[in-house]
Structures are given as structure tokens and as C-alpha cells.
Design a protein around this ligand. Structure first.
Ligand code: DGL
Length: 264
């Protein structure tokens, strides 16, 4: 059976992480699921997210995943423990690595976590941050329009939405954690609007984590393996593709849709 690194998100957000992983681990096969049937995850309850997480983890294991990377803050924070209980392959989340990466930046003492409602509700960003550095002052802000606009490919509306969420904090903070994998897709907009702030996301830390785990668990693919990439949308692959073609290259990618959840 072909072996993959499984990567999951609610939609296009995780493709920004997948892009980095594909390039770095160019002999590894990847199986990405964008759960656009259940999007947006940010508006879901913990119980709903746990149900999605179990189905996705079991599906990926059945497809031959040797490990799963949850490229979604909302799912990591609400469902990683229960997902781990339902499969025998390792599952990694992105929140702790992101926070550790940020804390290596010595001058960050006031930070805004921009995230989905379900992530903010979990309160885990604040808890992890304070556990690792008690002096950091953390603000949280929910930014639901950003996921809507990114999934709907309405990039022209992004700047106003970012301002609506961030302007009130900009004088109080040194940096922003882009605490939803959709937001770094429009990182250029953030940087242009707030050039004096630092921005943190998960891509570099995720790459590092996957590298360490492949080595530690002796799971590296053969250097003779010709990389296979599958991208599977739980509802509509054309929606996923059209919202991500501007930042993700679909050459040599196998596309699939449906058949993961009992949607009919
Ligand atoms: N991309 C996801 C995250 O990192 C969630 C977006 C959504 O579906 O609300 O939190």
C-alpha cells in the first residue's frame, strides 16, 4: 500500500502549509483533505469538531497515512486528543510549535492571537502562551470574515476586514499570531497594513516538526520514491481549487472529492 503524510484542514488554509512540506520533503507522498463540506470549523462546537476529526483521521489511516499533520488550529485545539484515540498512527498539531517559534523572538511581550471562534473558545492559545512565558500579555480576536473571504476568493474585501479586527489593538501590541491557517494566505495584506508589527504562523515550525518526526520514527520515504500528491475535498474540489490556485500549484496533483462523510 502506498504511504502518505496526511494533512487536514477545513478548506484551503492548510494548502499553505502543504506547499512548504511538498517542497521540503520531495520524496514523500502527501494526502491532503480539505473538509469544505463542514466549513467553517470556527463556527462549530467542540463535539462537532471531534466527530469530524475522528472521521478524517480514520479515513486518512485507511488510505495509507503513516502520520497526520493537522494544518488547522481549530481542529488541533478541539479534537487532537480524541483523534489520537481512534487511530494507531501519530497525529501532530500546529499550535505549540507556532508558540515556541514566536517566543524565540525575545522582544514580543504583547501579542494578539487572531483566530476562529472555536479556537478562542478553547482558550488554549492563552494557556499555552502563559505556561511558556508568564510575562506575555495576550489579546484574542475572532476574525470570521477572513475565512469566508478567502474560501470565497473575495480577496478585494480582505483589507477592510483585517482593519476591522486589528486596528483597535495595533498600538498595544508588538506582534500578531495568525492563529488560523487561512490567514497566512493573505499575510502580504497584513504586512502592508501594519509594517511595524511582527507576524507569526506555523509553516516553518511545522516543517521542522515533520523533519524531526520522520527521523525519530524512522518513517522517511525512499529517496527513489516519485512523489504522489492527492488533494481531496470532502464536498467540492472545484471550490477548493478555485480559492487556492492563486497560491498553490496544482501541476501533478491528483484531485478527488466526496465520499469521506455520509453526506447524502
Ligand atoms: N483554517 C482553520 C484554522 O486554522 C479554520 C478555518 C475555519 O474553517 O473556520 O483554524
Amino acid at each position: 500500500m502506498m504511504e502518505y503524510i496526511g494533512v487536514v484542514d477545513s478548506g484551503v488554509g492548510g494548502l499553505d502549509i502543504l506547499k512548504v512540506l511538498i517542497k521540503e520533503f520531495n520524496h514523500e507522498n502527501f494526502y491532503y483533505i480539505g473538509d469544505n463540506l463542514n466549513l467553517p470549523y470556527g463556527a462549530k462546537t467542540k463535539e462537532q469538531l471531534e466527530q469530524y476529526g475522528i472521521v478524517l483521521a480514520q479515513y486518512l489511516e485507511a488510505q495509507g497515512a503513516k502520520m497526520i499533520v493537522i494544518a488547522c488550529n481549530t481542529l488541533s485545539l478541539n479534537a487532537i486528543e480524541i483523534m489520537r484515540e481512534h487511530v494507531s498512527i501519530p497525529i501532530y498539531g500546529i499550535v505549540r510549535p507556532t508558540i515556541k517559534g514566536m517566543l524565540n523572538h525575545k522582544n514580543i511581550k504583547h501579542v494578539l492571537v487572531l483566530a476562529t471562534q472555536a479556537t478562542v473558545n478553547s482558550h488554549r492559545y492563552v494557556d499555552f502562551l502563559n505556561e511558556l512565558d508568564q510575562d506575555v500579555i495576550v489579546y484574542q480576536q475572532v476574525a470570521p470574515k477572513l475565512v469566508d473571504y478567502i474560501e470565497g476568493n473575495k480577496i478585494a474585501l480582505i483589507d477592510d476586514a483585517i482593519k476591522e479586527y486589528v486596528d483597535i489593538y495595533q498600538k498595544k501590541i508588538d506582534g500578531i499570531i495568525l492563529g488560523c491557517t487561512h490567514y497566512p494566505i493573505v499575510r502580504d495584506h497584513f504586512i502592508k497594513l501594519y509594517p511595524h508589527l511582527e507576524f507569526f504562523d506555523s509553516r516553518q515550525q511545522m516543517k521542522q516538526l515533520v523533519k524531526e518526526k520522520l527521523n525519530e520514527l524512522n518513517m522517511k520515504a525512499s529517496i527513489n520514491n516519485k512523489q504522489v500528491i492527492k488533494i481531496h475535498a470532502s464536498k467540492s474540489i472545484s471550490d477548493l481549487k478555485s480559492a487556492s490556485e492563486h497560491f498553490f500549484n496544482y501541476d501533478n496533483v491528483q484531485l478527488l472529492e466526496g465520499g469521506i462523510f455520509l453526506e447524502q
